[in-house]
Design a protein around this ligand. Structure first.
Ligand SMILES: NC(=O)c1ccc[n+]([C@@H]2O[C@H](COP(=O)([O-])OP(=O)(O)OC[C@H]3O[C@@H](n4cnc5c(N)ncnc54)[C@H](OP(=O)(O)O)[C@@H]3O)[C@@H](O)[C@H]2O)c1
Length: 260
């Protein structure tokens, strides 16, 4: 199912958006991947080039994947439109890489079931930034020694979900490690101009505080994780992972591809 040139074909939904465009550009530049198309609600039928501030490029955007041949679908849109699109992609045998956050628990279960039924590979990752994943590992380690922790997350004002998917994943991790419900780990959400994506986990104990902080200043922070996930989903069948670490630690992804 590779292209004639032996590359992995990739279609990006949300390719005109902030994160989807960073992912699309990285796919276009990767020697083993081929940008096969882009999906857009508002710019269907338009050439991608001018939307990226360039001259005409070989891609005209579409609002549906049904006319397209197999590709890995990368989705950075919003959850209401993404869920039916992802279910359709899996039904058609496409592997999927999902950055979109804010799915309901029922939606996540439906997607996981469809992935298993259809035997495709899926990576549904709340944060593709390698720095965020390292921060989560450090916080998991710190949680062995502290019994009180709170999360402060901040994002740009247009972010729809609150708290962020990353903060909810961190609360899950801490809850498991600290043997309490994730709901008992307080999360404080800021939505302010000037922010991109920021998260601090603050651990407190008698006489001391420990802060583990990660800041994203632009969306290129996510692309190494997205590219690793595209390569990884091609090699698994009927599995949906939600932990970026599983992808980064797998032998399917060369370590030099993901070193910061
Ligand atoms: N997992 C991660 O690491 C990560 C990192 C950053 C962001 N995110 C998530 O990725 C998503 C996008 O974030 P963003 O900051 O890139 O947002 P954004 O700049 O607003 O881009 C979203 C794109 O989605 C498309 N879209 C919106 N509604 C749609 C619909 N009903 N049908 C089809 N396409 C639609 C829009 O494209 P058109 O206008 O062309 O239709 C828009 O360009 C959010 O859920 C965010 O939380 C995840």
């Amino acid at each position: 199912m590779d292209t004639e040139a032996g590359r992995i074909p990739v279609v990006v939904a949300g390719i005109t958006g902030k994160t989807g465009s960073a992912a699309g550009r990285a796919v276009h530049q990767a020697p083993d991947l081929e940008l096969a198309g882009g999906l857009s609600r508002n710019h269907s039928g338009e050439n991608l080039g001018p939307l990226w501030g360039l001259g005409d490029l070989p891609w005209v955007l579409s609002d549906s994947l049904s006319a397209l041949p197999y590709a890995v679908l990368v989705d950075f849109t919003e959850p209401d439109s993404a869920l039916p699109r992802l279910l359709e992609a899996a039904e058609r045998g496409w592997d999927i890489v999902v950055g979109t956050t804010g799915f309901s628990p029922a939606g996540r279960v439906e997607l996981a079931n469809r992935v298993v039924q259809c035997g495709v590979g899926a990576a549904v990752i709340a944060n593709f930034s390698l720095g965020a994943w390292v921060a989560e590992r450090l916080a998991a380690e710190a949680s062995r020694y502290f019994s009180a922790a709170e999360i402060v997350e901040g994002h740009h004002v247009t972010k729809r979900d609150r708290p962020s998917g990353t903060a909810r994943a961190m609360a899950e991790t801490l809850g498991q490690r600290m043997k309490r419900s994730p709901d008992d780990i307080p999360v404080h959400s800021l939505r302010l101009p000037g922010m991109v994506a920021h998260q601090t986990v603050v651990f407190g104990s008698q006489g001391q505080l420990l802060s583990i902080r990660h800041d994203v200043h632009d969306r290129t922070a996510y692309v190494d994780g997205v590219l690793a996930a595209i390569r990884w989903v091609r090699r698994v069948q009927g599995r949906m992972v939600t932990d970026l670490g599983e992808i980064l630690d797998s032998e399917a992804v060369p370590h030099e591809d993901v070193r910061l």
